[in-house]
Design a protein around this ligand. Structure first.
Ligand SMILES: *Cc1c(COP(=O)(O)O)cnc(C)c1O
Length: 401
């Protein structure tokens, strides 16, 4: 059956929440995927920062298979070894005492954290303009984009939005009624926006001075994406160390098996009591075993250094063409700003040429490839890039013709 036929079946069978699928994919290996017509693509999006180990990584396949053969699901009346070991490993990576609540997605990790903040006895949340925290009602209340919010109002209230990266705006907004300040260390969905290096340390100082929690949404930036375990630990991204009170994770954590995690430090993990929150699937042994394998591989000697190294290359080859006017991001979270607002055309032309990228905004291309991206993958992209920009109709001189 061809892509065209599958696309027709999709349209009749699935809700139209995502628009027509760009491709019908059949299989993957490393940073490559193939569609049902047999065409090969270099996957520079990695399931939106999820496929940390690429597609069909033998160790992930092995871990999931073995765990499923041993114990696949148990409910949270019971606990399993992988679940406990994973919570301990994550706390170890933070380098501080932490308690963990596992979920199945990023939005759910943020829901858990949102409920936890209510247990401080305060209700106000300070979030940032351009934020993306997910699509459930609670996560949406923290997400700034009007187009996502409006059809579903009223959303849970007492959330205020301040300019991202603006320390004075935080100073003005956070007071002793604030339960938490929620920030992405890099705004991914907004187009890979990196704040000043003193922003997160200032957010911590301001939050703690008013008795509020600092909550970092590392769902996109965590687990090696930027070249550090967590973006808030990356010396290029923070001027001094921060120890957030809440960290939410998902996306890359289990390399493509659904998982999310809400980590709470400084004793705030004790804010949720028995009966306050729950989940049927969260902490599932298979997802936990997958995540432990991702942590094993990412934790191998030289892996994170290699992410930083190879991560420079998509920015380099992108910016080698003058029609890219700026590059952003850290490690393998990459933003390329185009001279003209033609990201939709660039995404389509890239796909025609065999490359999967994302248009985060009309001007900005986002890439979040598997962390196992090879130099050959980047070389292929570099060779094709000028032709992709030509095909997308970007003027050779840059600027709108
Ligand atoms: C993707 C994302 C979410 C939502 O995660 P889902 O698994 O899609 O619910 C939340 N916050 C950030 C920063 C994200 O990138």
């Amino acid at each position: 059956m061809s892509s065209t036929q599958w696309t027709e079946r999709y349209a009749d069978a699935l809700m139209n929440t995502f628009g027509p699928p760009k491709l019908i994919l059949a299989r993957g290996e490393g940073a490559r995927v193939w569609d049902v017509d047999g065409r090969e693509y270099v996957d520079l999006l990695g399931g939106i920062a999820v496929n940390a180990l690429g597609h069909a990584h033998p160790r992930l396949v092995e871990a999931v298979t073995t765990q499923l053969q041993t114990l696949g699901h148990i409910s949270n009346f019971f606990a399993s070894e992988p679940q406990i070991a994973l919570a301990e490993r994550l706390a170890g990576l933070l380098g501080t005492e932490a308690r963990v609540f596992f979920t199945n997605s990023g939005a759910e990790a943020n829901e858990a954290a949102f409920k936890l903040t209510r247990r401080t006895g305060r209700t106000r949340i300070v979030a940032t303009k351009g934020s993306f925290h997910g699509r459930t009602m609670g996560a949406l209340a923290l997400t700034s984009k009007q187009a996502y919010r409006e059809p579903f109002e009223p959303l849970p209230g007492d959330v205020v939005f301040v300019d991202y990266g603006d320390i004075a705006a935080l100073e003005a907004a956070v007071d002793d009624t604030t339960a938490a300040v929620i920030v992405e260390p890099i705004q991914g969905e907004a187009g890979v926006i990196v704040p000043p290096r003193d922003y997160l340390p200032a957010a911590q100082r301001i939050a703690h001075a008013r008795g509020a929690l600092l909550w970092l949404d590392e769902i996109q930036t965590g687990i090696g994406r930027t070249g550090a375990w967590f973006a808030h630990q990356h010396p290029d991204l923070v001027s001094e160390p921060v120890v957030p009170d809440i960290i939410t994770l998902a996306k890359g954590l289990a390399g493509g098996i659904p998982i999310g995690a809400c980590l709470a430090t400084h004793g705030s993990g004790k804010l949720l009591d028995p009966g306050n929150h729950g989940t049927t699937f969260g902490g599932n042994p298979v997802a936990a075993a997958a995540a432990l394998t991702v942590l094993d591989v990412v934790g191998e000697d030289g892996f994170l250094a290699r992410v930083s190294e190879v991560g420079e290359r998509p920015r380099e080859v992108g910016a080698a063409d003058p029609r890219v006017v700026e590059t952003r991001g850290a490690g393998l979270l990459v933003g390329l700003t185009l001279a003209e607002p033609r990201s939709a055309e660039v995404v389509a032309a890239a796909q025609d040429a065999g490359f999967i990228v994302n248009g985060a905004t009309p001007e900005r291309i986002r890439m979040a490839p598997p962390l196992v991206l090879t130099d050959a993958d980047v070389d292929a992209f570099g060779a094709a890039w000028p032709g992709i920009l030509d095909a997308a109709g970007l003027g050779r001189t840059g600027g709108v013709a």
